[in-house]
Design a protein around this ligand. Structure first.
Ligand SMILES: *[C@@H]1O[C@H](CO)[C@@H](O)[C@H](O)[C@H]1NC(C)=O
Ligand SMILES: *[C@@H]1O[C@H](CO)[C@@H](O)[C@H](O)[C@H]1NC(C)=O
Ligand SMILES: *[C@@H]1O[C@H](CO)[C@@H](O)[C@H](O)[C@H]1NC(C)=O
Length: 359
């Protein structure tokens, strides 16, 4: 037997590498320190339980060097090492990361434990943030975020800052921080981000927005109406987030406010139209907060029925003289004047002349 024959002088048993065939009175480990990931500024405990004949003295080493005890670093009666507030490497102060082992000694000899690696938990910034994407309804969206945590971070997802509904089987979470959304619906649009958690920290990725660019489903038609009627110019747009619909005139003139109303979400209604309302109207659907927009045009033509401004007057003239009849009318489009004589259309001839728009 390796140990029992050498009781007179202390011997070391390196457990794990050589095995331990100790007698009851001699030293053996009940519990050896195991590898751990420590959290900064939190207490850390490393166990070292030994059985054997008392008195047993337990000491600890870090990276092969005896560890001095202090207020912050203590060895408990049961052999456990307690570091009150784990320290990260800092200039001028010791880092607590390293390889720790414990040594137990009684009058029969000394026993040294395995080396336990102590790492510091960390969660650096995300190195892959999810990317924004435009998704068609019914299609698939895939997002990924990546972070190197010690220990590995648990990744969950949030939509509009609310944890993702994980009972919804359209969402699939794969390792490596991948989120798949199948059968995308309008309701899926929003701000997604991933949340990484480990004992060191919790981090949120950059936010990503699924959006649909604005689309005008139906823009204004060309419309011809008569003064005092009501014009309705249609404009309906979709997108995610919901686009803002606005109206303007192509010639830059103001649409005004009197008699103007918006029907529904974006249709323009002009009551009691006048000739000034004629023009090309532009409906614009803007993605909120951006300059991204779609536009559609429609021409509104307002017509005015013919109206006489001046009528022919009765005249009497001697034979051989000239008689001039004047007739002025207005309207939109410009009225075409026809002269009648005793109910019959008067055509230009050798002694009849028509001027201006009568040609
Ligand atoms: C050692 O003692 C401390 C304090 O009494 C206790 O918290 C810890 O669990 C003990 N360790 C073992 C391995 O029994
Ligand atoms: C989660 O998804 C399931 C399945 O689609 C749905 O029935 C449930 O109402 C959702 N819960 C919430 C809180 O949205
Ligand atoms: C409206 O009229 C313009 C010409 O004024 C034409 O180019 C355009 O195609 C017309 N739009 C519709 C919807 O008919």
């Amino acid at each position: 037997d390796l140990v029992s024959s050498r009781k007179a002088s202390p011997c070391a048993i390196f457990s794990g590498t050589m095995g331990c065939g100790c007698l009851a009175s001699e030293l053996s480990f009940l519990l050896e320190p195991s590898d751990v990931i420590a959290v900064r500024e939190r207490p850390l405990m490393l166990d070292c339980r030994v059985q054997g004949e008392e008195p047993i003295m337990v000491t600890w080493r870090k990276n092969g060097v005896p560890l001095p005890t202090s207020q912050r670093v203590q060895v408990l009666a049961n052999g456990t090492l307690v570091i009150q507030s784990f320290q990260k490497r800092k200039e001028g102060s010791d880092a607590d990361m390293g390889e720790y082992d414990c040594a137990a000694q009684n009058r029969y000899g000394m026993l040294v434990s395995r080396k336990a690696k102590v790492l510091l938990a960390s969660l650096p910034k995300f190195h892959t943030h999810p990317l924004s994407m435009t998704v068609d309804e019914g299609s698939v969206a895939r997002f990924q975020c990546q972070i190197n945590g010690v220990p590995e971070a648990k990744i969950t997802w949030e939509k509009d800052r609310v944890p993702l509904n994980n009972t919804d089987n359209r969402y699939t979470l794969l390792p490596m921080g991948i989120l798949q959304v199948t059968g995308v619906r309008q309701a899926d649009a929003g701000v997604f981000r991933c949340v990484a958690t480990n004992p060191a920290n919790t981090r949120y990725s950059g936010a990503l927005r699924t959006y649909k660019e604005p689309v005008i489903l139906s823009g204004p038609q060309n419309l011809t109406i008569t003064v005092h009627q009501t014009a309705i110019l249609e404009c309906i747009a979709t997108g995610n987030p919901r686009p803002i619909v606005s109206w303007s005139r192509l010639d830059g003139r103001s649409i005004g406010v009197e008699g103007i109303q918006v029907l529904g979400t974006g249709n323009l209604m002009i009551s009691d139209v006048s000739l000034q309302h004629s023009g090309v109207y532009v409906c614009a659907a803007n993605r909120p907060g951006t300059r991204m927009r779609r536009t559609a045009h429609g021409r509104l033509v307002v017509q005015a029925p013919p109206e006489f401004l001046q009528w022919p007057q009765s005249v009497s003239k001697p034979a051989g003289g000239s008689a001039v009849f004047t007739c002025v009318a207005q309207g939109v489009p410009e009225p075409h004047l026809i002269w009648l004589k005793n109910g019959k259309v008067l055509m230009p001839g050798h002694n009849v002349k028509l001027t201006n728009n009568n040609r």
